[in-house]
Design a protein around this ligand. Structure first.
Ligand code: GLP
Length: 269
């Protein structure tokens, strides 16, 4: 993994947006995998600002979100569709018909929705750049600890911890789904490039387990150790538990120098 440590969350967002911009430069019709949660919000804001300045366009892109709550309608204020519209899609020139979430309304059979979602990803040639956050328990998407490391898009029951963490997004008495449909870990691993963002002290344990812990389904993000092109962008607080921190800084400086001379190949960890 390429681990890049920044002073603060703003720097993480702006480097993340920079990598999205680089991808758009090389491939204006790139296929993106987008994530929800509070962490990528600043990245989306940064991209919106760049778009408003005329620096980048999403006109030719396609996107697939990681996950969606089960049984809530797209126009529900708590749906991840609403989140993506509000935080990003409404403010850029992306064609909403080419933005996808694994939505499953109550009348739909989730066992069909998962494979259909996978087929759509395959039809457009797979995901070029997948953006990820990480849960406090090491989940990616909604792949909770004990998820199969080769899982595909399917229904997951959320852990009590995840429900508690995410309850901050719901008002008292508002329905909080206990199930979600999420891209599987196997699905995520097929993205050609992965960008994981984590900020704040509360993510330090999960980040340490992901980067330096054993490869285990108990920390689903640790499977990223098996991916060839993962960039982990974190702030100093989220880097707090890393033993090899100094080495990552050194490797990043060396990679940057090589990248300048030989191009993007050296950017990966
Ligand atoms: C949610 C999402 C994940 C996200 C994680 C962390 O449960 N399904 O995709 O990465 O929680 O969210 P946050 O960035 O708000 O800490």
């Amino acid at each position: 993994m390429e681990v890049v440590i920044f002073k603060n969350a703003d720097n993480v967002a702006s480097r993340g947006a920079g990598l999205v911009a680089e991808m758009l430069n090389v491939k204006p019709d790139a296929v993106f995998g987008f994530a929800t949660g509070s962490t990528p919000i600043d990245l989306y804001r940064n991209l919106v600002a760049r778009h408003r300045k005329g620096e980048l366009s999403f006109r030719h892109t396609t996107s697939f979100n990681l996950d969606e709550y089960m049984g809530i309608a797209a126009d529900n204020p708590q749906s991840y569709r609403t989140f993506m519209n509000r935080e990003f899609f409404d403010h850029v020139d992306i064609d909403k018909n080419k933005t996808h979430l694994p939505a499953c309304e109550s009348s739909e059979n989730p066992q069909l929705v998962g494979p259909e979602y996978e087929a759509k990803i395959e039809q457009v040639g797979g995901i070029d750049l997948q953006i990820l956050g990480i849960g406090y328990n090491g989940h990616i998407g909604f792949n909770e600890p004990s998820s199969s490391l080769s899982s595909r898009t399917r229904v997951k029951t959320l852990t009590r911890r995840t429900l508690e963490d995410n309850s901050r997004m719901f008002t008292d008495g508002e329905f909080q789904p206990k199930l979600a449909i999420t891209m599987g870990i196997g699905t995520i691993m097929e993205a050609r490039r992965i960008l994981l963002l984590a900020t704040g002290k509360s993510k330090a344990n999960a980040v340490a387990a992901m980067v330096e812990g054993p490869l285990t389904a108990m920390c689903p993000a640790s499977v990223l150790q098996m991916h060839e092109r993962v960039t982990v962008l974190i702030d100093e607080q989220a880097a707090d538990g890393l033993i090899y921190r100094e080495y990552y800084d050194l490797a990043h400086r060396e990679n940057r120098a090589l990248k300048k001379r030989f191009g993007e190949f050296y950017a990966s960890g």
